[in-house]
Every structure is written in C-alpha cells, then in structure tokens.
Design a protein around this ligand. Structure first.
Ligand code: FAD
Length: 463
C-alpha cells in the first residue's frame, strides 16, 4: 500500500460497493467506501428491498378473499396505504443500518461525500479532501432513465423512486415499460385495487424472459384486470391539474389516448458515469457504460468498475459478485475473471413469480445453438394444489448430446427460490439424471424441479 491511504477505495456503497469493501477487508486489504447518499445504494433504499416489502404487503392484501372464503369478514374501510409505505421504509432503514454495522464490524472506513476520480490512484471529495488508493473501484450505480417528452416530476410523471415514495395510491396508473420493475409495480398497484394499464413497446411483457413464462404471467395479469398493451409506443403526454393523458401508438400506427392519474416510466436505467471524472483519467464510456476487461479492470490498471456502471445485467447480485471478483483479484487471488453469462439468475416478484437463468429458447434460436427441452407443470407437484397455486411450469433447456444444462425457466409460486436448485445443478456440472434421482421431500414445490429433470430422462412420474 506504500504511499496510499488505502489498498482499495470504493466509490458507492450499493450492493456492488459494500460487498466489495467487506470482501476486501476479509482478505486483509485496507478499504474505504465513499457514499454521497444513503448506505446500501439503490438496492436497499429505493430498489430491491422497499419494492419487495411493498409486494409482501400487497400479497397479504390479496389474501383477503381467501380469508373471506373461510367466513372471516374483513373490514377494508380502515385500509391506509401510508402504513404500507411506512413498513417499506422501515425495511429499507433496517437494512441500511445493518450494512453500516457490517462495514464497521469489518473495519471498512465509510466516508460521507460525493467523489470524483482525480487521478489513477486518487479521488477528490466535494469538500476538496483527497483520498488515495492503490486501487479504486467505481460502483456508482444507476438512476431511472427518462424518455423524451416524459420528464419526471414525481407528481404526475413518476420514476421508480417516486412510485416507491407514494404515501397515497392513485386510482388509475399507466405504467410504461414491462420489464421486471414495471411488472412488479403492476402487481403491487393492482393488488391494492389501482386500475393498471401496462404498456410495452416490444411484442410481449418481460421481453428478455422465456416467451411461455411471460405468456403465463400476461394471462394471469389480464385475468385480474390489468390492461396490457404490447407493441405499443408512448408518443406524448399532456398534464392536467389532477390527471395525465398519454398518446399511444400501436405497431399498425393506430393511435389512442389513455387517461390516468399518474404515469410511471420504468423503461430502463442510466449508469451514473457522467460526472465522476472518468475523462480526467482517460476512460471513455460506451453508451454510458464503463468498458471493462477481466476482473472488471478498466483500461487504467488501478481502476475497476462493477455493478450497474458496466454493461452486464443491472441486478444487485451481479453487482455484488463483480465486486467480489474485483477485490479477490486485487488481493492476489485467482477468481474466475468474469461471470458466466449463462449462470446469472433473474427473478421477478409477482404472482405468479418468474425466474430463470441461461438461455431462453428465443435466444438459443437467434444464436443457432442446438438445444433440447423438457417442462413440467406446477399442478403435477401436489403441494401446489394444496396451497392453491398450481399455475405455471418449470422448464429446462439442455444440450441434446451431453445433457449439459443450458438454461432453466420457472413461472409459478416461489419460482424465485426454486430456480437456485437448477442453477446449483448447472454450476456443479450435475446432469439432469443426478437431480432426477435425488430424493426430494414431499410435498414440496421443489418436486417440480426433480420431475422436470426426470422429464429430461423420459420418466416424469406425475406428468
Ligand atoms: P447502486 O445500488 O445504484 O449504488 C450506487 C451508490 O453509489 C449509490 O448509493 C449512490 O448514492 C452512490 N454514488 C453514486 N455516485 C457517487 C459519487 N460520485 N460519490 C459517492 N457516491 C456515489 N436488482 C435485483 O437483483 N433484484 C431486485 O429485485 C431488484 N429490484 C429492483 C427494484 C427497483 C425499483 C429498482 C430501481 C432496482 C431494482 N434492482 C433489483 C436493481 C438493483 O437495485 C441494482 O442493480 C443495484 O442496486 C446496483 O448496485 P450498484 O452497487 O451497482 O449501484
């Protein structure tokens, strides 16, 4: 560390930055994290955690008809969404404090302030203070992307942050963008009785996921009254004193105008790379992302970049894993130089849940990769019937010659948990026959994983 304040200086304390810092400290490196806002980044404060807290409350609310079916009358007149909001903030605060505690416990120095790169081994805080590091990790994350004509005002035109901060729900909402975030907000809002219209420019909701999984979800959403317009573009917006009207255009060029109380724009994220001094150290971005090579090193050998600022999936667990790889390399270890793109899990938390990793069929076809597939319906696992959640399936794509698992897709109850057994099988280089013959407790939803692997082998019992 000769001559430097720290071995590693990390800008940003999101799931990329804080995990990198703790791992660095575990490996004997002296680490500091600089944060301009709240510890834990988007994920803990205005992303994964508060949204899942809202989803949990939404699902409790959705369970009321089940209680009523048992003869329990629920008086909904006292329903107060601000209490739901408060719970989501409590979850975020608890975890942000938890991360502060972990940083302290691991002897990571937390520096409050906004930093810019001022040299290959130095950052400068707004206060003028300079901090030097043998290495620097940029983990400054991302922010909601605006679209022309729809600037966020967080009153009528909401970003995901504005939607998470609502203390009162609108009656009608138009959601632009049916990726994971748009779908999750559709689930939350519609659960609480908001009239939801979900608009997607591409041909289906969750366009990056398996097409059949997306279809199951779309059908389920429509059944509960969510309006879905795919292949549809939002053209323009007019704001009234208490509502918005948005002009939409479908693929055939037909135009309609939709009225709503608020519009939520969730069409992607912009990396926070524009005002962090990259130009001072000679790093040029590509479409806003920082180009990186092995071990997430930039073209300046002492500077790494991880998480939402690099062009890998914008997910919390991706940011954390990239942080681990970068610091293990800095500590002189030999981690895998990059994440295996086929082993990155994706999880969408709605009802039914959607989860996957690896190749979807459409991508395998696009890339000309030969694959075989097997699927198993949830209703074949007795537990799904017992808990009245038998909608969905588990599907696996595999190499027809070697049976290597190339991808897996699940839509249904707890799909976001089930996917990991399939991913473990791929990671451990197990064959479908290994999982097919492993005993699974009965009744569990995991039996669907065992059965899909048996389906690969041609002997699913409950199909
Ligand atoms: P961030 O979490 O964005 O953290 C970056 C930090 O850097 C911030 O705290 C910021 O204040 C700080 N910073 C920026 N610039 C500076 C500077 N110059 N000086 C000092 N500090 C700076 N992902 C999932 O995997 N699962 C989910 O369920 C999920 N749900 C989501 C729901 C929503 C509504 C949103 C918006 C996102 C969700 N994500 C989810 C995505 C996830 O939040 C991000 O991928 C993740 O937070 C990226 O981590 P990061 O460390 O790269 O950056």
């Amino acid at each position: 560390m000769a001559g430097f304040d720290y071995d590693v200086v990390i800008i940003g304390s999101g799931p990329g930055g804080y995990v990198a810092a703790i791992r660095a400290s575990q490996l004997g490196l002296k680490a500091a994290v600089i944060e301009r806002d709240r510890v834990g980044g988007v994920c803990l404060n205005i992303g994964c955690i508060p949204s899942k807290a809202l989803i949990h409350q939404a699902e409790l609310f959705r369970s009321i008809p089940g209680l009523e079916a048992m003869g329990i009358a629920v008086d909904k007149r006292g329903f107060d969404y601000s209490k739901v909001f408060e719970k989501s903030r409590k979850a975020a605060d608890t975890l942000s404090k938890g991360v502060q505690f972990l940083l302290k416990k691991n002897k990571v120095e937390l520096i409050a302030g906004e930093a810019v790169l001022s040299g290959a081994n130095e950052v400068t805080l707004k206060s003028g203070k300079k901090v030097s590091g043998r290495t620097i990790i940029v983990a400054t994350g991302s922010r909601p992307r605006e679209i022309p004509g729809f600037p966020f005002d967080e009153q009528r035109v909401l970003s995901s942050t504005g939607a998470l901060m609502l203390e009162k729900l609108p009656k009608r909402i138009l959601i632009l963008g049916a990726g994971a975030i748009g779908v999750e907000f559709s689930h939350i809002m519609s659960s609480f009785g908001v009239e939801v219209h979900l608009v997607e420019m591409l041909d289906r909701i969750l366009p990056l996921e398996d097409a059949e999984s997306a279809q199951v979800l779309a059908r389920s959403f429509q059944k509960r009254g969510i309006t879905i317009s795919t292949g549809t573009k939002a053209l323009s917006l007019q704001k009234g004193p208490s509502s918005v009207s948005v002009a939409l255009e479908d693929k055939a060029g037909a135009r309609t105008t939709v009225e709503a109380d608020q519009v939520l724009v969730v069409v992607g994220r912009t990396p926070n790379t524009d005002s962090i001094g990259l130009e001072k150290v000679g790093i040029a971005t590509e479409k806003g992302f920082i180009p990186v090579g092995d071990f997430y090193r930039t073209k300046v050998p002492s500077i790494c970049a991880i998480g939402d600022v690099v062009a890998t999936p914008l997910l919390a667990h991706v940011a954390s894993k990239e942080g681990e790889i970068a610091v293990e390399y800095i500590a002189g270890r030999s981690p895998e130089p990059r994440l295996d793109p086929l082993s990155i899990p994706s999880a969408v938390y709605c009802e039914p849940q959607v989860a996957s990793f690896g190749l979807p069929e459409w991508k395998a076809a696009e890339k000309g990769i030969a694959f075989a597939k097997a699927s198993f319906p949830y209703r074949g696992a007795g537990k799904s019937v017992a808990i009245e959640q038998s909608e969905g399936f588990v599907k696996v794509l595999y190499d027809p010659k070697t049976k290597e698992i190339l991808g897996a897709h699940a839509v249904g109850a707890e799909a976001t948990e089930l996917i990991h057994e399939l991913l473990l099988a791929r990671t451990a280089e197990l064959l479908p026959s290994d999982v097919a013959s492993m005993m699974h407790a009965h009744p569990t939803l995991s039996e669907a994983v065992m059965e899909v692997m048996r389906a690969v082998e041609g002997w699913a019992i409950h199909a």
